[in-house]
Design a protein around this ligand. Structure first.
Ligand code: OAD
Length: 245
């Protein structure tokens, strides 16, 4: 039995399946990863831009980065990796889709439901934390007419409704993801498994006896601790698995 057939067999027999996706699933849509060679913007790394400190220091610069990513995304289309996962999320009983991606491409492929660990680049909330603006709102305007954008409720500064480095994750999303990690098969797809707490879902799943499958073009920090590492592009490998099911 090939590794691919083994994974398909496990998936067929699984009661609960959870998939955790990272930036790698959006590469075929033209989106750069965070830690790849193409992940720099104006020679800066995401880790230095997507932080509370960077925003406090220069909100306009941080917003320029998000506005640039939103413009790139506007031209992007979901790829087969998004489509396979979206189809499973809708029609496979016991399947839970968890994503670290803020790009909205899984949602555009029709994924539902989806647990977003790091928020959404298409949502904003009040940076000052005013009463109404604390609840995020959707804004798909591309490009944003004025940078930095302001809160429509109090006129203060608005921020992207994403999780920055050093910020806690949304507790409801994290608890739902942790609960879903107690599953039969856990798929880690296109993630470098370096950013916690999301990366902690893998050992959590393992501790609950899940069969862990990694789908990635390269080895990662998690590769040594998975049951099967399928080396390849998520958009190819997921299509091949779907064809076997
Ligand atoms: P990374 O950029 O750290 O990792 C992307 C992974 O995708 C790498 O392991 C690549 O080898 C792999 N990859 C590239 N192309 C692929 C393809 N076609 N198919 C499969 N795998 C491929 O991105 P994440 O792990 O998602 O946080 O990073 C985690 C978080 O850190 C992100 O959610 C983001 C980031 O800063 C926020 O945006 C809040």
């Amino acid at each position: 039995m090939s590794a691919l057939e083994l994974v398909a067999d496990r998936l067929r027999r699984a009661g609960r399946i959870t998939a955790l996706t990272g930036a790698g699933v959006s590469v075929a849509s033209g989106m750069p990863t965070f830690r790849g060679a193409d992940g720099l913007w104006r020679r800066q790394r995401a880790e230095t831009i997507a932080t509370p400190e960077a925003f406090a220091h220069d909100p306009k610069l941080v917003w320029e980065w998000y506005d640039w990513r939103r413009q790139t995304l506007r031209e992007a289309r979901p790829n087969p990796a998004h489509e396979v996962l979206a189809a499973w999320s809708r029609s496979t009983p016991g399947f839970t889709l968890v994503t670290q991606n803020v790009d909205g491409l899984l949602e555009r492929a029709g994924a539902d439901p989806i647990i977003r660990l790091h928020g959404s680049i298409w949502h904003l909330r009040c940076y000052q934390g005013c009463d109404v603006g604390r609840t995020e709102w959707r804004d798909e305007t591309v490009p944003l007419p004025r940078l930095p954008p302001t809160c429509p409720h109090c006129g203060g500064l608005a921020r992207p409704a994403v999780t920055w480095f050093g910020e806690p994750l949304d507790l409801v999303a994290l608890e739902a993801a942790a609960g879903a990690s107690a599953c039969d098969v856990f798929l880690a797809i296109g993630t470098s498994a370096q950013v916690f707490p999301a990366a902690g879902l893998l050992p959590h799943a393992r501790a609950h006896g899940a069969f862990i499958v990694e789908i990635n073009t390269d080895a990662t920090h998690a590769t040594g601790a998975v049951d099967v590492a399928l080396r390849g592009r998520a958009e190819d490998v997921l299509k091949q698995i779907a064809a076997l099911l």
